[in-house]
Design a protein around this ligand. Structure first.
Ligand SMILES: [Zn+2]
Length: 213
């Protein structure tokens, strides 16, 4: 069932691992099938070297297990809340990637100081409040604060990214980490300079309308 989506979600997990955005068992990717509204997600507590398309879990939007032998990620409720309230979202990714989580630790947004950030994200990466995992609270906070961005940093926790495809959410997770890393490096040299909002808007609009094939 949903073999292609499972393959795609599996590959995204491996990509996070290869790019060192996740360690041990932390982090998770999910993908929603728009036809059935079923969601493929990482099983809880399974390390990346043990992961395969076959041990991913399929749940419905209420969290009921439809296929899979293992329990789904503890972050499943968060992913499902986002899907239920943001119908355009096809994929959600959560990591504790080091540089983005450094911003979570200080509870500050990641400012747009690079044109590539303006292109892809189109604004400062917002910070959501400190909320404990388990119920729908993280999802609610993400939906409340993310606006039309593809990423958010949850205070004292780490980043969540979303996309209209698994690859878009993955690109956001990787690019967010790269941006956070560059800004932390920049901070060693001096004060990073924010790009004025009017220029950010122009760059983002151009990117959306003209970038790619
Ligand atoms: Zn987490």
């Amino acid at each position: 069932m949903l073999e292609n989506l499972k393959e795609e979600v599996y590959k995204a997990h491996m990509n996070l691992w290869k790019n060192r955005l996740v360690m041990w068992t932390s982090g998770n990717v999910s993908g929603r099938d728009p036809k059935t509204d079923l969601v493929v997600i990482k099983p809880s507590g399974v390390s990346y070297d043990k992961l395969s398309p076959d041990n991913l879990v399929i749940v419905d939007l209420n969290g009921k297990i439809i296929e899979g032998q293992l329990r789904p990620s503890v972050d499943t409720t968060t992913h499902l809340y986002i899907y239920k309230h943001m119908p355009d979202v096809i994929s959600v990714i959560h990591t504790h990637s080091i540089y983005a989580s450094a911003f979570a630790a200080i509870g500050k947004p990641i400012p747009v100081c690079l044109t590539a950030m303006a292109d892809f994200f189109g604004g400062d990466i917002p910070v959501g409040g400190l909320v404990l995992i388990g119920e729908e609270e993280i999802g609610k906070e993400i939906v409340r604060k993310i606006g039309n961005l593809k990423a958010i940093i949850m205070k004292n926790h780490g980043p969540f990214t979303i996309g209209k495809s698994v690859s878009e959410a993955l690109k956001a997770a990787i690019f967010l980490e790269e941006s956070a890393r560059t800004l932390i490096m920049a901070k060693i040299l001096g004060e990073p300079q924010s790009i004025p909002e009017s220029i950010v808007n122009k760059l983002h609009k151009n990117y959306i309308e003209k970038y790619g094939q």
